[in-house]
Write a protein that binds this ligand. Structure first.
Ligand code: SAH
Ligand code: TMP
Ligand code: ZN
Length: 406
């Protein structure tokens, strides 16, 4: 099916289709099965503005609401990452009198709490009411709305310009990026900077991390697509820095056009992208072939385990796992349950394939032969705390960057 680019309106065609998919974070109870929402998940590449994107995004109100399943503070690794992020912003950009920081998609306050604790003026913008409430209860100033240009004007009227606008794992969630970019330009004034980070297209392709593709991730950014998009709104990409979180992310720094020098890192990363062919259609065809191989292999490993009477438990009911379980058709027959530490997911069923999510204790009380690591981006943290599982003969099934049993 033909679509148009969400950024520049050029015609685009999908290079990879996953078929019908449920909402990735839509963990549900049995009584909700009959009304479960499905859509066609497919990604395309715009050869005009080089943005990789979903060809049919789901409306945002279906994804972000008062029952949003993802609480950022669940991972100690991410908590440490955001503490470091807050520290670097404070030392680099807030050495001025009475600075003001705004975070878009501040969730439960995992990053903003550090500014609140340091009594730095701050404001979180978080439309999902249940996670926003956790931040508010922690004493973090939070507005429960979607960020856009109108809200940016309101914030400037009330609080003045921001010295720093921060955003993590949220820009790629927002289909209408033009109003966000415009809002950022309005909110920054002349002196400020914006820093945002998201899973990086280069890492997704390199690791065949196709499970990063789901409804909330509307965009898969590269240096060139980000540069082009924001330059239309008077914002210049002045720095980039790779981050190891979420399987490989990129942090982008923007400043008003001409306000600050552009670092070498931008130029070097652009060169790498050109060498990898991140703006060539055949790169995405190769990716599709690798994804299909990965799916076939994972499906084979799980069907083999089932045939041999082995127990398999999923580890981490991630939003990413929804793409994997549905695309590879991993039913409750193959996966006994998924272990997850998030109270709101426990006792519910995974979207689409309906595997039960159970508390971590269910995993620890009766180790299976195999644990399928859906939360592979937290592998280090998880492997370190699960030595007992492997010491007792348990094995991990991994599928990024390749399907392996270790
Ligand atoms: N920054 C956190 C949360 C990422 S999840 C972290 O990295 O862990 C994405 C968050 O962005 C969700 O809490 C969602 O409700 C919020 N969000 C989605 N669209 C938004 C928008 N237009 N403006 C502000 N926040 C948004
Ligand atoms: P994420 O990949 O989007 O960060 O989501 C991680 C999910 O995995 C979240 O639902 C919490 C869960 N989880 C565990 O169950 N145990 C763990 O040790 C970690 C790190 C995450
Ligand atoms: Zn485009």
């Amino acid at each position: 099916m033909n679509s148009t680019c969400l950024v520049c309106s050029a015609a685009i065609e999908p290079f990879l289709s996953f078929g019908r998919m449920p909402v990735a974070n839509g963990f549900l109870s049995e009584s909700e099965f009959a009304d479960e929402f499905f859509y066609d998940l497919a990604v395309g590449f715009c050869d005009h503005c080089s943005m990789v994107q979903l060809t049919q995004p789901v409306e945002r109100e279906r994804l972000f609401h008062d029952n949003y399943a993802y609480f950022s503070s669940i991972s100690t690794r991410m908590a440490a990452h955001f503490e470091e992020f807050a520290r670097s912003v404070t030392s680099q950009y807030l050495a001025t009198s009475d600075p003001f920081v705004v975070e878009i998609g501040s969730n439960d306050g995992i990053m903003l709490r550090h500014f609140a604790e340091a009594q730095i003026r701050h404001l979180g913008i978080e439309p999902s009411a249940n996670v926003a409430q956790v931040a508010i209860d922690r004493g973090i100033n939070t507005i429960c709305k979607f960020f856009d240009a109108d809200l940016a004007r309101e914030i400037v009227n009330r609080h003045g310009h921001a010295n720093a606008i921060l955003a993590a794992n949220v820009m790629c969630h927002i289909a209408d990026l033009h109003t966000v970019a415009e809002g950022m330009r309005i909110l920054l004034g002349r002196q400020g900077i914006a820093q945002f980070e998201d899973p990086y297209l280069g890492s997704i392709l390199e690791k065949t991390a196709y499970d990063q593709i789901y409804d909330e991730h509307v965009y898969y950014f590269s240096i060139s697509s980000v540069q082009r998009l924001f330059s239309d709104h008077g914002l210049e990409l002045i720095d980039v820095a790779s981050q190891s979180v979420h399987g490989g992310s990129m942090r982008y720094t923007l400043a008003p056009q001409g306000a600050r020098p552009v670092t070498n890192a931008v130029v070097e990363q652009q060169r790498r992208e050109a060498a990898w062919g991140l703006a060539r259609a055949e790169t995405f065809d190769k990716f599709r072939a690798a994804v299909e191989r990965s799916r076939d292999r994972l499906s084979e490993v799980l069907r083999e385990a089932h045939k041999n009477g082995k127990r398999v438990v999923g580890y981490g009911a991630t939003s990413k796992s929804t793409t994997v379980t549905n695309y590879c058709d991993l039913s409750p027959q193959l996966i006994e349950f998924i272990s997850d530490t998030t109270p709101g997911k426990q006792g519910k069923y995974s979207p689409g394939v309906h595997v039960l999510v159970r508390p971590y204790e269910a995993f620890a009380a009766n180790y299976p032969e195999y644990a399928l690591l859906f939360a592979w981006n937290h592998a280090e943290e998880i492997m370190a705390k699960e030595r007992d599982f492997t010491a007792r003969g348990g094995k991990w099934i991994m599928y990024v960057p390749e399907v392996t049993v270790v």
